[in-house]
Design a protein around this ligand. Structure first.
Ligand code: GLA
Length: 371
Protein backbone atom coordinates (compact mmCIF):
# COMPACT_ATOMS: atom_id res chain seq x y z
CA UNK A 1 0.00 0.00 0.00
CA UNK A 2 3.02 2.25 -0.50
CA UNK A 3 1.29 4.78 -2.74
CA UNK A 4 -1.17 5.72 0.02
CA UNK A 5 -0.14 8.30 2.61
CA UNK A 6 -1.87 7.04 5.72
CA UNK A 7 -3.40 3.88 7.08
CA UNK A 8 -6.21 4.77 9.48
CA UNK A 9 -8.30 2.16 11.23
CA UNK A 10 -11.17 2.09 13.70
CA UNK A 11 -12.32 -0.92 15.64
CA UNK A 12 -15.40 -3.11 15.78
CA UNK A 13 -16.61 -3.83 19.29
CA UNK A 14 -18.09 -6.39 21.60
CA UNK A 15 -20.22 -5.42 24.56
CA UNK A 16 -19.71 -7.33 27.77
CA UNK A 17 -22.95 -6.11 29.25
CA UNK A 18 -25.30 -3.11 29.13
CA UNK A 19 -27.44 -3.78 26.06
CA UNK A 20 -30.05 -1.39 24.73
CA UNK A 21 -29.46 1.09 27.53
CA UNK A 22 -26.95 3.47 25.93
CA UNK A 23 -29.76 5.58 24.49
CA UNK A 24 -31.44 5.56 27.93
CA UNK A 25 -28.39 7.21 29.50
CA UNK A 26 -27.14 3.97 31.06
CA UNK A 27 -23.63 2.68 31.67
CA UNK A 28 -22.34 0.10 29.19
CA UNK A 29 -19.26 -2.12 29.05
CA UNK A 30 -18.01 -2.38 25.47
CA UNK A 31 -14.48 -3.19 24.32
CA UNK A 32 -12.89 -2.38 20.96
CA UNK A 33 -11.67 -5.50 19.13
CA UNK A 34 -9.04 -6.30 16.54
CA UNK A 35 -11.65 -6.82 13.80
CA UNK A 36 -11.70 -3.35 12.24
CA UNK A 37 -12.18 -1.12 9.23
CA UNK A 38 -8.94 0.18 7.75
CA UNK A 39 -8.79 3.10 5.35
CA UNK A 40 -5.74 3.61 3.13
CA UNK A 41 -5.89 7.25 2.08
CA UNK A 42 -4.13 9.81 -0.12
CA UNK A 43 -5.20 13.26 -1.36
CA UNK A 44 -6.05 13.22 -5.10
CA UNK A 45 -6.33 16.93 -5.95
CA UNK A 46 -9.96 16.60 -7.12
CA UNK A 47 -13.33 17.45 -5.63
CA UNK A 48 -14.16 13.77 -5.15
CA UNK A 49 -13.74 11.07 -2.54
CA UNK A 50 -13.00 7.95 -4.59
CA UNK A 51 -13.85 4.77 -2.73
CA UNK A 52 -12.67 1.27 -3.46
CA UNK A 53 -12.62 -1.90 -1.35
CA UNK A 54 -10.22 -4.76 -0.88
CA UNK A 55 -13.13 -7.19 -0.64
CA UNK A 56 -15.60 -5.78 -3.21
CA UNK A 57 -15.37 -5.03 -6.92
CA UNK A 58 -17.38 -1.78 -6.48
CA UNK A 59 -15.88 1.66 -7.09
CA UNK A 60 -17.76 4.78 -5.99
CA UNK A 61 -16.99 8.49 -6.42
CA UNK A 62 -18.54 10.93 -3.96
CA UNK A 63 -18.82 14.58 -5.02
CA UNK A 64 -17.72 16.60 -1.99
CA UNK A 65 -20.35 19.26 -2.75
CA UNK A 66 -23.19 16.73 -2.98
CA UNK A 67 -22.53 14.43 -0.06
CA UNK A 68 -26.19 14.46 0.98
CA UNK A 69 -27.21 12.61 -2.19
CA UNK A 70 -25.72 9.16 -1.56
CA UNK A 71 -28.09 7.71 1.02
CA UNK A 72 -29.33 5.02 -1.35
CA UNK A 73 -25.88 3.53 -2.05
CA UNK A 74 -25.39 -0.09 -1.04
CA UNK A 75 -21.70 0.54 -0.39
CA UNK A 76 -20.33 4.00 0.28
CA UNK A 77 -23.36 5.40 2.12
CA UNK A 78 -21.69 5.21 5.54
CA UNK A 79 -18.59 6.97 4.20
CA UNK A 80 -20.74 9.66 2.54
CA UNK A 81 -22.77 10.19 5.72
CA UNK A 82 -19.67 10.41 7.89
CA UNK A 83 -17.98 12.88 5.53
CA UNK A 84 -21.16 14.98 5.35
CA UNK A 85 -21.51 15.28 9.13
CA UNK A 86 -17.83 16.19 9.43
CA UNK A 87 -18.26 18.81 6.72
CA UNK A 88 -21.40 20.22 8.39
CA UNK A 89 -19.43 20.58 11.61
CA UNK A 90 -17.21 23.04 9.75
CA UNK A 91 -14.30 20.82 8.72
CA UNK A 92 -12.76 21.05 5.27
CA UNK A 93 -13.03 17.84 3.25
CA UNK A 94 -10.08 17.22 0.95
CA UNK A 95 -10.54 15.21 -2.27
CA UNK A 96 -8.93 11.82 -1.78
CA UNK A 97 -8.71 8.15 -2.71
CA UNK A 98 -9.74 5.77 0.02
CA UNK A 99 -9.18 2.05 -0.14
CA UNK A 100 -11.34 0.36 2.48
CA UNK A 101 -10.47 -2.95 4.11
CA UNK A 102 -13.15 -4.13 6.52
CA UNK A 103 -12.57 -7.22 8.64
CA UNK A 104 -15.68 -6.64 10.78
CA UNK A 105 -18.36 -8.86 9.25
CA UNK A 106 -21.25 -6.69 7.96
CA UNK A 107 -24.50 -6.85 9.92
CA UNK A 108 -22.98 -9.02 12.63
CA UNK A 109 -23.71 -6.89 15.70
CA UNK A 110 -19.98 -6.10 15.97
CA UNK A 111 -20.45 -2.52 14.73
CA UNK A 112 -19.06 -2.63 11.22
CA UNK A 113 -20.95 0.58 10.45
CA UNK A 114 -19.43 2.48 13.39
CA UNK A 115 -15.96 1.24 12.40
CA UNK A 116 -16.52 2.53 8.86
CA UNK A 117 -17.91 5.90 9.97
CA UNK A 118 -15.23 6.53 12.60
CA UNK A 119 -12.30 5.47 10.39
CA UNK A 120 -13.60 7.59 7.51
CA UNK A 121 -13.75 10.74 9.64
CA UNK A 122 -10.41 10.01 11.29
CA UNK A 123 -8.82 9.51 7.86
CA UNK A 124 -10.30 12.75 6.47
CA UNK A 125 -9.11 14.68 9.53
CA UNK A 126 -5.64 13.13 9.24
CA UNK A 127 -4.99 14.19 5.64
CA UNK A 128 -6.33 17.66 6.48
CA UNK A 129 -3.67 17.87 9.21
CA UNK A 130 -6.26 18.35 11.95
CA UNK A 131 -5.58 17.29 15.54
CA UNK A 132 -7.81 14.33 16.43
CA UNK A 133 -10.49 14.67 19.06
CA UNK A 134 -11.72 11.08 19.34
CA UNK A 135 -14.87 11.85 21.31
CA UNK A 136 -15.88 14.48 18.79
CA UNK A 137 -15.26 12.04 15.94
CA UNK A 138 -17.46 9.46 17.73
CA UNK A 139 -20.27 12.01 18.09
CA UNK A 140 -20.16 13.00 14.41
CA UNK A 141 -20.07 9.33 13.41
CA UNK A 142 -23.14 8.69 15.58
CA UNK A 143 -24.88 11.61 13.89
CA UNK A 144 -24.12 9.98 10.51
CA UNK A 145 -25.69 6.72 11.67
CA UNK A 146 -28.78 8.55 12.90
CA UNK A 147 -29.36 11.16 10.26
CA UNK A 148 -27.88 9.47 7.21
CA UNK A 149 -28.26 5.73 7.77
CA UNK A 150 -31.56 6.24 9.62
CA UNK A 151 -30.77 4.19 12.74
CA UNK A 152 -31.53 6.24 15.81
CA UNK A 153 -28.64 4.68 17.73
CA UNK A 154 -26.97 5.48 21.03
CA UNK A 155 -23.31 6.44 21.40
CA UNK A 156 -21.84 3.09 22.51
CA UNK A 157 -20.62 1.74 19.16
CA UNK A 158 -18.99 4.86 17.80
CA UNK A 159 -17.44 5.71 21.17
CA UNK A 160 -15.96 2.22 21.53
CA UNK A 161 -14.76 2.24 17.92
CA UNK A 162 -12.95 5.56 18.41
CA UNK A 163 -11.84 5.53 22.05
CA UNK A 164 -11.31 1.83 22.83
CA UNK A 165 -8.03 0.82 24.47
CA UNK A 166 -6.02 -2.35 24.13
CA UNK A 167 -6.65 -4.71 27.04
CA UNK A 168 -9.30 -2.45 28.56
CA UNK A 169 -13.01 -2.90 28.79
CA UNK A 170 -14.77 0.44 28.92
CA UNK A 171 -17.24 1.48 31.54
CA UNK A 172 -18.93 4.23 29.59
CA UNK A 173 -21.56 6.44 31.15
CA UNK A 174 -23.69 7.31 28.14
CA UNK A 175 -25.33 10.19 29.98
CA UNK A 176 -22.13 12.10 30.72
CA UNK A 177 -19.71 10.38 28.30
CA UNK A 178 -17.34 9.79 31.20
CA UNK A 179 -15.38 6.64 30.53
CA UNK A 180 -13.36 4.45 32.85
CA UNK A 181 -11.12 1.69 31.49
CA UNK A 182 -11.08 -1.55 33.45
CA UNK A 183 -8.50 -4.27 32.92
CA UNK A 184 -10.17 -7.29 31.33
CA UNK A 185 -8.85 -9.98 33.68
CA UNK A 186 -10.79 -13.10 32.83
CA UNK A 187 -8.69 -15.57 34.83
CA UNK A 188 -9.17 -19.08 33.43
CA UNK A 189 -11.83 -17.94 30.99
CA UNK A 190 -11.93 -16.64 27.43
CA UNK A 191 -14.55 -14.72 25.50
CA UNK A 192 -15.81 -16.59 22.46
CA UNK A 193 -17.58 -14.56 19.76
CA UNK A 194 -20.05 -16.51 17.61
CA UNK A 195 -22.16 -15.29 14.70
CA UNK A 196 -25.56 -16.94 14.23
CA UNK A 197 -25.32 -16.03 10.53
CA UNK A 198 -29.01 -15.37 10.16
CA UNK A 199 -29.47 -12.45 7.78
CA UNK A 200 -31.49 -9.81 9.59
CA UNK A 201 -33.48 -7.32 7.59
CA UNK A 202 -35.83 -5.68 10.06
CA UNK A 203 -33.17 -4.47 12.44
CA UNK A 204 -33.41 -0.76 11.62
CA UNK A 205 -37.18 -0.47 12.00
CA UNK A 206 -37.32 -2.70 15.08
CA UNK A 207 -34.45 -0.85 16.69
CA UNK A 208 -36.14 2.51 16.14
CA UNK A 209 -39.38 1.06 17.51
CA UNK A 210 -37.65 0.09 20.78
CA UNK A 211 -36.24 3.58 21.05
CA UNK A 212 -39.68 5.07 20.64
CA UNK A 213 -41.04 2.79 23.34
CA UNK A 214 -38.38 3.88 25.82
CA UNK A 215 -38.90 7.53 24.83
CA UNK A 216 -42.60 7.10 25.53
CA UNK A 217 -41.85 5.59 28.94
CA UNK A 218 -39.60 8.51 29.80
CA UNK A 219 -42.20 11.05 28.67
CA UNK A 220 -44.85 9.50 30.93
CA UNK A 221 -42.62 8.87 33.95
CA UNK A 222 -41.11 12.35 33.79
CA UNK A 223 -44.52 13.83 34.55
CA UNK A 224 -44.39 12.11 37.93
CA UNK A 225 -40.72 11.72 38.71
CA UNK A 226 -37.70 13.94 38.69
CA UNK A 227 -35.62 11.97 36.17
CA UNK A 228 -33.83 13.05 33.02
CA UNK A 229 -33.27 9.60 31.53
CA UNK A 230 -34.59 6.08 32.11
CA UNK A 231 -31.28 4.92 33.53
CA UNK A 232 -31.92 7.15 36.55
CA UNK A 233 -35.09 5.25 37.38
CA UNK A 234 -34.87 3.17 40.55
CA UNK A 235 -36.69 -0.12 40.76
CA UNK A 236 -38.87 1.11 43.65
CA UNK A 237 -39.89 4.24 41.72
CA UNK A 238 -40.68 2.19 38.68
CA UNK A 239 -42.87 -0.16 40.71
CA UNK A 240 -44.83 2.78 42.11
CA UNK A 241 -45.70 4.12 38.64
CA UNK A 242 -45.97 0.84 36.81
CA UNK A 243 -49.65 1.21 36.09
CA UNK A 244 -49.32 4.35 33.97
CA UNK A 245 -47.48 2.39 31.28
CA UNK A 246 -48.83 0.00 28.65
CA UNK A 247 -47.99 -3.67 29.05
CA UNK A 248 -45.36 -3.58 26.28
CA UNK A 249 -43.70 -0.42 27.53
CA UNK A 250 -43.55 -1.87 31.04
CA UNK A 251 -41.53 -4.79 29.77
CA UNK A 252 -39.12 -2.47 28.01
CA UNK A 253 -38.62 -0.43 31.17
CA UNK A 254 -38.14 -3.58 33.19
CA UNK A 255 -35.28 -4.50 30.89
CA UNK A 256 -33.66 -1.08 31.15
CA UNK A 257 -33.88 -0.92 34.95
CA UNK A 258 -32.62 -4.48 35.45
CA UNK A 259 -29.85 -4.17 32.84
CA UNK A 260 -28.53 -0.99 34.51
CA UNK A 261 -28.37 -2.91 37.78
CA UNK A 262 -26.60 -5.83 36.09
CA UNK A 263 -23.94 -3.46 34.75
CA UNK A 264 -23.40 -2.12 38.26
CA UNK A 265 -22.93 -5.63 39.65
CA UNK A 266 -20.84 -6.73 36.65
CA UNK A 267 -18.40 -3.90 37.35
CA UNK A 268 -17.92 -5.23 40.87
CA UNK A 269 -17.60 -8.80 39.59
CA UNK A 270 -14.97 -7.82 37.02
CA UNK A 271 -12.99 -5.79 39.54
CA UNK A 272 -13.07 -8.71 42.00
CA UNK A 273 -12.22 -11.24 39.28
CA UNK A 274 -15.43 -13.15 40.02
CA UNK A 275 -16.06 -14.71 36.63
CA UNK A 276 -18.90 -16.97 37.77
CA UNK A 277 -20.83 -13.93 38.89
CA UNK A 278 -20.12 -12.15 35.60
CA UNK A 279 -21.23 -15.22 33.65
CA UNK A 280 -24.51 -15.39 35.56
CA UNK A 281 -25.18 -11.76 34.69
CA UNK A 282 -24.60 -12.45 30.99
CA UNK A 283 -27.22 -15.20 31.13
CA UNK A 284 -29.70 -12.93 32.89
CA UNK A 285 -29.04 -10.16 30.39
CA UNK A 286 -29.88 -12.50 27.54
CA UNK A 287 -33.08 -13.66 29.24
CA UNK A 288 -34.17 -10.05 29.66
CA UNK A 289 -33.33 -9.18 26.03
CA UNK A 290 -35.42 -12.17 25.01
CA UNK A 291 -38.45 -11.86 27.29
CA UNK A 292 -38.67 -8.17 28.12
CA UNK A 293 -36.98 -6.31 25.33
CA UNK A 294 -37.86 -8.90 22.66
CA UNK A 295 -34.85 -8.29 20.44
CA UNK A 296 -33.47 -11.83 20.14
CA UNK A 297 -35.20 -14.38 17.88
CA UNK A 298 -35.15 -18.08 17.13
CA UNK A 299 -31.56 -18.29 15.88
CA UNK A 300 -29.78 -16.13 18.48
CA UNK A 301 -31.74 -17.92 21.22
CA UNK A 302 -30.73 -21.33 19.84
CA UNK A 303 -27.08 -20.26 19.70
CA UNK A 304 -27.15 -18.98 23.27
CA UNK A 305 -28.96 -22.11 24.49
CA UNK A 306 -26.37 -24.36 22.83
CA UNK A 307 -23.63 -22.40 24.60
CA UNK A 308 -25.34 -22.26 27.99
CA UNK A 309 -26.01 -26.02 27.97
CA UNK A 310 -22.28 -26.76 28.37
CA UNK A 311 -20.62 -26.88 31.76
CA UNK A 312 -17.45 -25.17 30.44
CA UNK A 313 -19.55 -22.09 29.59
CA UNK A 314 -20.52 -19.87 32.51
CA UNK A 315 -22.44 -17.25 30.58
CA UNK A 316 -23.65 -16.42 27.09
CA UNK A 317 -25.74 -13.68 25.52
CA UNK A 318 -26.64 -11.88 22.32
CA UNK A 319 -24.81 -8.57 21.80
CA UNK A 320 -25.56 -5.46 19.74
CA UNK A 321 -28.83 -4.29 18.23
CA UNK A 322 -30.31 -7.78 18.13
CA UNK A 323 -32.55 -9.84 15.81
CA UNK A 324 -29.47 -11.76 14.66
CA UNK A 325 -25.73 -11.16 14.73
CA UNK A 326 -23.23 -12.27 17.34
CA UNK A 327 -23.22 -13.76 20.80
CA UNK A 328 -20.43 -13.69 23.35
CA UNK A 329 -19.77 -16.59 25.73
CA UNK A 330 -17.48 -16.88 28.73
CA UNK A 331 -15.78 -20.23 28.31
CA UNK A 332 -13.05 -22.11 30.25
CA UNK A 333 -9.94 -21.38 28.20
CA UNK A 334 -8.85 -25.01 28.01
CA UNK A 335 -12.24 -26.09 26.56
CA UNK A 336 -12.67 -23.49 23.80
CA UNK A 337 -12.20 -25.92 20.87
CA UNK A 338 -14.68 -28.48 22.23
CA UNK A 339 -17.06 -25.66 23.08
CA UNK A 340 -17.01 -24.36 19.52
CA UNK A 341 -17.52 -27.82 18.04
CA UNK A 342 -20.46 -28.69 20.27
CA UNK A 343 -22.06 -25.27 19.80
CA UNK A 344 -21.65 -25.44 16.02
CA UNK A 345 -23.23 -28.90 15.76
CA UNK A 346 -26.07 -28.26 18.20
CA UNK A 347 -26.95 -24.95 16.57
CA UNK A 348 -26.82 -26.42 13.07
CA UNK A 349 -29.16 -29.21 14.10
CA UNK A 350 -31.59 -26.77 15.74
CA UNK A 351 -31.73 -24.13 13.00
CA UNK A 352 -30.01 -25.28 9.80
CA UNK A 353 -27.60 -22.31 10.04
CA UNK A 354 -23.82 -22.59 10.35
CA UNK A 355 -22.43 -20.58 13.23
CA UNK A 356 -19.12 -18.80 12.68
CA UNK A 357 -16.54 -18.03 15.35
CA UNK A 358 -14.11 -15.11 15.35
CA UNK A 359 -10.74 -14.92 17.05
CA UNK A 360 -10.26 -11.38 18.17
CA UNK A 361 -8.38 -9.54 20.89
CA UNK A 362 -9.29 -6.39 22.70
CA UNK A 363 -7.66 -3.56 20.79
CA UNK A 364 -7.19 0.19 20.46
CA UNK A 365 -9.98 2.17 18.80
CA UNK A 366 -8.53 4.57 16.21
CA UNK A 367 -5.03 3.69 15.01
CA UNK A 368 -3.13 5.96 12.61
CA UNK A 369 0.00 5.01 10.71
CA UNK A 370 1.96 7.20 8.28
CA UNK A 371 3.00 5.07 5.28
C1 GLA B 1 -26.71 -0.96 18.36
C2 GLA B 1 -26.61 0.56 18.55
C3 GLA B 1 -26.05 0.93 19.93
C4 GLA B 1 -26.75 0.17 21.04
C5 GLA B 1 -26.86 -1.31 20.72
C6 GLA B 1 -27.69 -2.05 21.73
O1 GLA B 1 -25.45 -1.54 18.30
O2 GLA B 1 -25.82 1.15 17.55
O3 GLA B 1 -26.13 2.32 20.10
O4 GLA B 1 -28.00 0.73 21.30
O5 GLA B 1 -27.42 -1.55 19.43
O6 GLA B 1 -27.09 -2.03 22.98
Amino acid sequence: MKEYEYKVSAAGRINLIGEHIDYCGGKVMPAAISLKNTVYIRPNGTNYINLSWTTLPDKVSLDIDKLESYKGLKYGNYQAGAALMWQRAGHKIIGCDMLQDCTVPFGSGLSSSAAIEVSTIAALATIAGEPLNKVDIALKAQQAEREYAGVNCGIMDQYASACGKKDGVMLLDCNTLKCEYLPLRLGDYSIVIANCNKPHSLIESKYNERREETDEALRILKQKLNISCLAELRESQYKAYYSSLSQTVRKRVEHVVSECERVRVATLALKAGNMEMLGGLLNKSHASLKDNYEVTGREPDALVEAAQSQSCCIGSRLIGGGFGGCTISLVKSNCVDEFKEFTYNTYLKATGYKAEFYDSDVSDGIIIEKL
